[in-house]
Design a protein around this ligand. Structure first.
Ligand code: C5P
Length: 413
C-alpha cells in the first residue's frame, strides 16, 4: 500500500530558483496518489506561475493572506486543518529564518504556524548561505521542534558554485515524505551516531589512526533513518558518501568528535557510538614536519576523552548503545564495558585480520543488563537493520518502564 495514497499534501513554494522543480514535485506526489494543494509566496511567483501549479495540482493555488475570497473558502486555518502533511519545497534561507521566528505575515508562514500536521522543509540556497552559522542555528532549532529537514543535496548550483544547498530531486522528496507516514520503529526519535576512525595529528603531515572504515556506523545511520528517526551522523574521515536523509558533521580528531557530540546531545533520544575513537593523542603536535632521526623518536601520548562514557554520565543521558571491538574474551570484555560506562546496550564483535574492520560483512553479539541477542555473519547493511530493530525494541521497553516509574512517583506524591 502506497503511504501517500489519498493523503492531503500541502505544498509551500517559496522564492528560490529551485521553485521550477516544484512543478515536477506536484506531479510526483500526485503519481503516488496524494491530493496536492499549493501555497505560494509572492517571491515564488517570480520564478514559476500559479497557473502552472494550478494546472498540475488540479486545485486552485493560494497565495494571499488577506484575500477575502480565499479567506471565505479556504483560509489559512482551513488549509492548515486540511493538510495531512505540509512540505515547503523549496524552502529559502529567508523562509527558514521566518519559520524559526514563528511569523504569520504571509499566507504560507501563517499556515505553517497554524498547522498541527507534520511539517517538512526542503532547503534550497547558495552553498555559502547554507553554511552560515545563522542558517545552521535556525535549522538546529527547527529540528529540535521536530520539523523534518529533507536534504539539501550537494552539487552544482544555479549560481555557478558547487557545494551543499541544492534542493533534493522531486522523486527523492516524494520518497522521504512518504516515510513520514510509515511510522517506523524509531518514528519521531532523534538519533545521534558516531562513525569512522579519528585522526590524531603528530605533525602537519602525519597522524595516528586505525583501520575503521565507517561502514557499520554509516549503515546504522541509514537504517535508523529508514526506521523513521531524524539522524545526525558525526563522522571521522572515511571514503563513504553521507546518506542523503542524514545530517552529517565531519570531524577529524577525537576532541572535535567529542565537541560535536556534546553540542547536539541535548536534543538526542538515542546515542549510538560506532566510531573507533583513538584512545590517545600525541601530547604535543609539532608545527613543522618532524625530521628523520637515526636514533628514532619517542612520542608522548595523552588520553582522549571517552565520548560514550561522557554521554552516559550526563545527568539526563539519552539511551546509549556502545560498541566493543575485541580480539578475545568477547562477552566478558563487552559486559565489563557495559557496566563501566553505564550503557543501555553494547554490540560486540571480534576484530582481527579480515574481520570486523574494513570488510563488508560482520557478526554481532549484543548485550544488555540481563539479556543477549546474537546476529550471525551477514552484510553490514542487513546487520544494521537487525540491530536498529532490536535497539528500537529495547528503547521502547526502557521508555515504557521509565514512564510507569514516573507515573508511580506522581501518584504517591
Ligand atoms: O573502551 P572502548 O574504546 O573499547 O569502548 C568502545 C566504545 O566506546 C565504542 O562504542 C566507541 O565508539 C566508544 N568510545 C568513545 N570515545 C572514546 C573511546 C571509545 O566514544 N574515546
Amino acid at each position: 500500500m502506497n503511504t501517500l495514497s489519498g493523503k492531503h499534501i500541502l505544498l509551500g513554494v517559496t522564492g528560490g530558483i529551485a521553485a521550477y522543480k516544484s512543478a515536477e514535485l506536484v506531479r510526483c506526489l500526485r503519481k503516488q496518489g496524494a491530493v496536492v494543494r499549493v501555497v505560494m509566496t509572492t517571491a515564488a511567483q517570480e520564478f514559476i506561475t500559479p497557473l502552472t501549479l494550478q494546472a498540475l495540482s488540479g486545485q486552485p493555488v493560494c497565495s494571499d493572506l488577506l484575500d477575502p475570497r480565499s479567506e471565505a473558502a479556504m483560509g489559512h486555518i482551513e488549509l492548515a486543518r486540511w493538510a495531512d502533511a505540509l512540505l515547503v519545497a523549496p524552502a529559502t534561507a529567508d523562509f527558514i529564518a521566518r519559520l524559526v521566528q514563528g511569523r504569520a505575515d504571509d499566507l504560507l508562514a501563517a499556515v505553517c504556524l497554524a498547522c498541527e500536521a507534520p511539517l517538512a522543509v526542503a532547503p534550497a540556497m547558495n552553498r555559502a548561505m547554507w553554511q552560515q552559522p545563522a542558517t545552521q542555528d535556525n535549522l538546529a532549532l527547527l529540528r529540535a521542534r521536530r520539523v523534518n529537514v529533507l536534504g539539501p543535496a550537494t552539487g552544482s548550483q544555479a549560481c555557478g558554485e558547487t557545494g551543499p544547498g541544492r534542493m533534493l530531486e522531486p522523486d527523492e522528496l516524494t520518497r522521504l515524505l512518504a516515510g513520514l507516514f510509515q511510522g517506523g520503529a524509531l518514528a519521531g526519535r532523534r538519533v545521534l551516531v558516531t562513525a569512522g576512525p579519528t585522526r590524531e595529528p603528530i605533525d602537519p603531515v602525519r597522524y595516528i589512526s586505525n583501520r575503521s572504515s565507517g561502514k557499520m556506523g554509516y549503515a546504522i545511520a541509514r537504517a535508523a533513518a529508514e526506521a523513521g528517526a531524524q539522524v545526525t551522523l558525526v563522522t571521522g574521515p572515511v571514503a563513504l558518501v553521507l546518506p542523503e536523509q542524514v545530517d552529517g558533521i565531519l570531524v577529524e580528531t577525537a576532541e572535535q568528535m567529542h565537541a560535536a557530540v556534546m553540542e547536539h546531545i541535548a536534543d538526542t533520544d538515542i546515542f549510538i557510538a560506532a566510531a573507533a575513537v583513538a584512545d590517545y593523542r600525541p601530547q604535543s603536535v609539532a608545527r613543522k614536519k618532524l625530521k628523520k632521526s637515526a636514533a628514532g623518536i619517542t612520542l608522548a601520548l595523552e588520553p582522549n576523552p571517552d565520548i560514550l562514557a561522557a554521554v552516559a554520565a550526563l545527568p539526563e543521558p539519552p539511551f546509549t548503545l556502545g560498541f566493543a571491538a575485541e580480539t578475545d574474551a568477547l562477552e566478558a570484555n563487552a559486559r565489563k564495558k557495559l557496566r563501566a560506562k553505564s550503557l543501555d546496550m553494547i554490540a560486540a564483535n571480534v576484530v582481527g585480520p579480515g574481520r570486523g574492520f574494513e570488510v563488508d560483512d560482520n557478526a554481532l553479539r549484543v548485550f544488555w543488563d540481563g539479556g543477549e541477542q546474537q546476529f550471525g555473519q551477514t552484510r553490514k547493511t542487513r546487520l544494521a537493520r537487525q540491530l536498529v530493530a532490536l535497539l528500537a525494541h529495547r528503547y521502547q521497553t526502557k521508555f515504557d518502564k521509565d514512564r510507569v516509574i514516573k507515573l508511580h512517583a506522581k501518584d504517591s506524591a
